[in-house]
Design a binder for this molecule. Structure first.
Ligand code: IMP
Ligand code: MG
Length: 179
């Protein structure tokens, strides 16, 4: 029988998330000073992070959205990516910043980066709220990382387990119920 998953400890508090997001916003604003950024939110997980981040960026910013799904089981991805929603407009010649919730195996983002590079952006960078480097299978690194975390399955602040818990304002882990 499949074990029940319950909430474990809080990994990152709401306050710590907000402080770090503000720092990332300042860093990005400085790096792109005088330029226009096109931020691409990778749905659905990055929606809350991107909304908060945008408010902390002072540089001119346009936004667009992509939805991808990686074939895999409930808690890991397979590397085969399907585009569910593509961008609304061209990225050619633009400063593109992909905004992700988490890099785990890196397979999804590796695919997405190559896919978008084919459309000839002027620059392409990656901003992720969370990074799980221990789990990496694809050769990919983000330019901006909110927090490096260990090998735990986490939910909240956009991240889900079976579409649940995205609305939590903090990040907590899910663990197997031993009872
Ligand atoms: P990757 O292709 O393995 O890097 O996985 C990327 C996607 O898997 C992320 O954008 C998340 O949607 C999902 N994911 C990876 N780790 C977690 C986690 O700990 N909690 C919730 N979703 C996760
Ligand atoms: Mg995601």
């Amino acid at each position: 029988m499949e074990k029940e998953l319950i909430f474990g400890e809080i990994i990152i508090s709401e306050d710590d998330i907000q402080k770090r997001v503000a720092e990332l916003g300042r860093e990005i604003s400085k790096d792109y000073e005088g330029e226009t950024i096109l931020t691409i939110c990778v749905l659905k997980g990055a929606c809350i992070f991107m909304s908060d981040l945008l408010k902390k960026i002072s540089t001119e910013t346009n936004i667009d959205f992509m939805a991808v799904s990686s074939y895999g089981d409930a808690t890991s991805s397979s590397g085969v990516v399907r585009i569910l929603k593509d961008l609304d407009s061209s990225i050619e010649g633009k400063h593109v910043l992909i905004v992700e919730d988490i890099i785990d195996s890196g397979l999804t983002l590796h695919y997405l980066r190559d896919y978008l590079m084919g459309r000839k952006p002027k620059t392409l960078k990656i901003c992720t709220l969370l990074d799980k480097p221990e789990r990496r299978e694809a050769d990919i690194a983000a330019d901006y990382v909110g927090f490096v975390i260990g090998n735990k399955f986490i939910v909240g602040y956009g991240l889900d387990y079976q579409e649940k818990y995205r609305n939590l304002p903090y990040i907590t882990c899910l663990v197997e119920n031993e009872n």
